[in-house]
Design a protein around this ligand. Structure first.
Ligand code: SF4
Ligand code: SF4
Length: 330
């Protein structure tokens, strides 16, 4: 049985920026916001799960609501849950200020901060903001992570990130003080409108066949609307959220444990967690020769997106899963 590790609350779809690649189509005009009282109730509900370790806050840009982050993080910490936050780092223009903000959050339970560094975010957020976040987190002993979205045309890549940030991030990764994840954007949300597939860096069967997704089931998320998903890779929330493979239901209609048991008992999601999504595509292709699917993908998340949106593939995967269930297991 895969255990729940973290729940992320998407506090809103509002962001101060409109990055071209944003899979959730966040921007300054979005108004959907998780009411504070509901967020408190969600924390109370998820805290009853004995395996839960962390509640993280994301969006949109959660630092647009600093008082709410503080209050919710403190509430989660009072239930022995560690705090996490995902931010574009717009507020970290001054090192002393950045250190003070993170120190205050650390006292309220913050143990991990995730930010982004790539051409898309760099249009809005200077490299020194990201360096401030990573340096202050490092000094305080807060674990940090950097997502890097790259294409063949990117100027900023993992290979030159240390130089641009002016800090030895690879050494920090080796010392297990931070992580870096680099991939091309999945073409959903605004990325679908702004990028050509040929620009993406893609991978084939050799790389994808043995590539489990450690996030699904373990890292569930709740949106501003109260929807629970099995991971954060559900694409554009406003366009296809409830149609996503990862949709479990709405917290306003059912209790968390019921919704979460739908997720944790879902055969497809368990296979994706243990083996990755590609084996499902491979089995579907073997079962239905001639099935039209992509040969290469930018990441596991793009495979899930194709399973969700290519109806022929979705139905073939459904048949594969039915056969597995009928035979009594994987
Ligand atoms: S990618 Fe992040 S920073 Fe950019 S618009 Fe979306 S939420 Fe905001
Ligand atoms: S690979 Fe699939 S299951 Fe894993 S995070 Fe991406 S969309 Fe979710």
């Amino acid at each position: 049985m895969i255990k729940l590790g973290s729940v992320s609350l998407f506090l809103s779809w509002k962001c101060n920026f409109s990055c071209n690649h944003c899979g959730f189509s966040c921007n300054p005009a979005r108004t959907e916001k998780m009411p504070h009282e509901e967020a408190l109730k969600y924390i109370d509900a998820v805290a009853l799960n004995p395996d839960l370790e962390m509640v993280a806050f994301t969006g949109g840009e959660p630092f647009l609501y600093p008082e709410q982050i503080k209050s919710l993080m403190a509430h989660a910490f009072s239930k022995n849950l560690r705090g996490g936050v995902v931010t574009n780092g717009y507020w970290a223009d001054d090192y002393k200020k950045t250190y003070a903000i993170l120190a205050e959050l650390q006292a309220l339970g913050l143990q991990e901060i995730i930010t982004s560094f790539d051409d898309y975010h760099n249009e809005y957020v200077p490299a020194h903001n990201i360096a401030n976040v990573l340096n202050a987190a490092g000094e305080l002993g807060i674990y940090s992570g950097v997502n890097m979205l790259v294409t063949k045309k990117s100027r900023i890549k993992r290979t030159n990130a240390a130089e641009r940030l002016g800090l030895d991030i690879e050494e920090r990764v080796r010392a297990k003080k931070m992580w870096i994840r680099e991939s091309s954007p999945v073409l959903v949300g605004r990325a679908k409108k702004n990028y050509a597939e040929e620009e993406s860096i893609t991978y084939g069967e050799k790389e994808l066949l043995h590539n489990p997704c450690p996030f699904v089931i373990r890292n569930s998320v709740i949106t501003p609307e109260g929807s629970l998903y099995a991971c954060c890779g559900f694409g554009d929330a406003s366009e296809q959220g409830p149609g996503s493979l990862m949709y479990a239901g709405n917290m306003k209609e059912q209790g968390f444990e019921q919704l979460y048991s739908n997720v944790s008992n879902n055969l497809m999601l368990n296979i994706i967690h243990l083996l990755g999504p590609y084996p499902l595509v491979k089995l579907a292709k073997e079962a239905r020769p001639g099935l039209s699917v992509k040969e290469r993908y930018v990441s596991n998340c793009e495979i899930c997106d194709e399973i969700a949106n290519n109806q022929e593939l979705r139905s073939a995967v459904g048949s594969v899963l039915s056969k597995i269930m009928a035979s009594g297991g994987v």
